[in-house]
Design a protein. Structure first.
Length: 115
């Protein structure tokens, strides 16, 4: 069983930066595939960024060059650094983990990009 706890959401101005964190509570975090998803009101949940156990990353085209996903295995934590945020990126951001064939979701953290 894995528990994921997100933090760092809040209000950010357009063009601003925010860093989300996701702490994982479980065994062998270094083996987890981790990702961030987001869901805006009335829209489907979409993949934002992902990172494998060996540190390979993948990004949605819309965030490439602005967002960075990283992991700190010693702290069992994955991060999402959001730069040059846009109003249309207002959404609930969810942490995701896959361990073997089992997937886990965090409770989500609200990010609002607005002036």
């Amino acid at each position: 069983q894995v528990q994921l706890v997100e933090s760092g959401g809040g209000l950010v101005q357009p063009g601003g930066s925010l860093r989300l964190s996701c702490a994982a509570f479980g065994r062998s975090f270094s083996n987890y595939f981790m990702a961030w998803y987001r869901q805006a009101p009335g829209k489907q949940r979409e993949l934002v960024a992902a990172i494998t156990s060996i540190g390979s990353t993948n990004y949605a085209d819309s965030v490439k060059g602005r967002f960075t996903i990283s992991r700190e295995n010693a702290k069992s934590t994955v991060y999402l650094q959001m730069n040059t945020a846009k109003p249309e990126e207002t959404a609930v951001y969810y942490c995701f983990a896959r361990v073997g064939l089992t997937s886990y979701w965090g409770q989500g953290t609200q990010v609002t990009v607005s002036s």
